[in-house]
Design a protein around this ligand. Structure first.
Ligand SMILES: C[S@@+](CC[C@H](N)C(=O)[O-])C[C@H]1O[C@@H](n2cnc3c(N)ncnc32)[C@H](O)[C@@H]1O
Length: 346
């Protein structure tokens, strides 16, 4: 898991750097023993300098040993500091970072403001959150307190979590009239992760903050600028979550660059699948839940994708769930397509 996460970070860093055409500075802000930064220094041709930081003295001692062992002294700098204090030392225009990694235990929220101020315009922040229960809707009140947004436990829980994290980043960035552009997002059983460019254009964020309404009676879902309180299909009360980021969570042109820049087959597959879903609506569906609700046998995701395409709906798998899919059809239309097909045909 950690290995894949680091492979992904290195790939995203290289793709972003290849676009900018020069070597970049990287802040390994909560570096631990430096496994991510050391790998990046060894494996990327685009590193100008890596700045390691951790509050833990013991971790920093082990990190220094790794730096010596790998002969990376000239391209690295190590500090032992509280992360916000560390980042605050880099807020001058000429010292800001190109790429900042925030990889804490739990929530990254308390470091975001400092990171935004220590990042160059159009630089990238990599955000990891491991407080999944908060963001995914188990503790909505804690989520409201920490992230300023109410979470909701639905079948697309990890997408809501990502969109809440992105909302918080967009909200903090907008204090400085900065916009956000998510490049790539990824989740795992243990973490939620977003790679986001911070732009000098607040219009990148405008119109992309809203709410989601979920109907637990018919499983209809809606994303809107203001909360929609009742289901437009069955008139039951919607449960509301948000504010959330309602814009794209994958950037098409960045994905094309990432695809051209990787020879790792797992990453290639991930990027190619993300590209397919990048312009489809938010909030994916899960086939297993649909078959359960309709009391039909479970069916492969390809079955519903082809039914949807035959009926002129947009559709794609999602990288956020192994049996999930996105479509512009609503739940009534999806159910109707599946009900028309006898269970044996599925
Ligand atoms: C999840 S680990 C980092 C893992 C590392 N990025 C890697 O790839 O292996 C989180 C680290 O944050 C450090 N930490 C926690 N709170 C901190 C703070 N306020 N300032 C600086 N470091 C902190 C911990 O000592 C720990 O090493």
């Amino acid at each position: 898991m950690a290995k894949f996460k680091r492979n992904l970070l290195i790939s995203i860093f290289n793709s972003y750097a290849s676009q900018s055409g020069h070597k970049l500075t990287f802040s390994d802000t909560l570096s631990g023993v430096g496994a991510t930064g050391i790998r990046l220094a060894n494996e990327s041709n685009y590193v100008q300098k890596i700045y390691f930081n951790d509050a833990n003295v013991n971790a920093s001692e082990l990190l220094q040993e790794s730096i010596n062992y790998n002969c990376l002294d000239s391209s690295t700098e190590v500090s032992i500091n509280e992360a916000n204090k560390f980042l605050s030392n880099f807020t001058n225009r000429d010292t800001r970072f190109d790429f900042i990694d925030l990889d804490p235990f739990g929530s990254p929220i308390q470091y975001i403001d400092s990171a935004v101020r220590a990042l160059k315009i159009n630089g990238v922040i990599s955000l990891t959150a491991t407080d999944g229960a908060v963001l995914c809707g188990v503790y909505p009140k804690v989520c409201l307190r920490k992230y300023g947004s109410i979470s909701l436990n639905t079948e697309y829980f990890n997408e809501t979590a990502l969109r809440i994290l992105l909302f918080s980043l967009a909200s903090i960035s907008s204090h400085y009239e900065l916009g956000i552009k998510p490049l790539f997002c990824h989740t795992d059983k243990h973490y939620i992760q977003a790679y986001v460019q911070i732009t000098d254009s607040i219009s990148d964020t405008e119109g992309k903050i809203g709410f989601l309404g979920h109907c637990f009676t018919c499983q209809n879902r809606v994303v809107s600028e203001l909360p929609v309180l009742s289901c437009n299909l069955c008139s039951s009360d919607n449960k509301i979550a948000g504010p959330i980021w309602t814009g794209n969570i994958f950037d098409k042109s960045f994905l094309n660059i990432a695809i051209n820049n990787t020879d790792d087959s797992n990453l290639l597959k991930l990027y190619e699948n993300a590209l397919l879903e990048s312009s489809l609506p938010p909030l994916y569906y899960v086939t297993d839940n649909i078959s359960q609700n309709l009391k039909i046998s479970s069916f492969p995701v390809e079955t519903i994708l082809s039914r949807l395409k035959e009926n002129n709906f947009l559709s794609s798998k999602t990288v956020l769930h192994s049996t999930g899919f996105r479509t512009d059809a609503n739940i009534e239309e999806i159910n109707s397509l599946l009900s028309k097909t006898s269970t044996s045909n599925i």
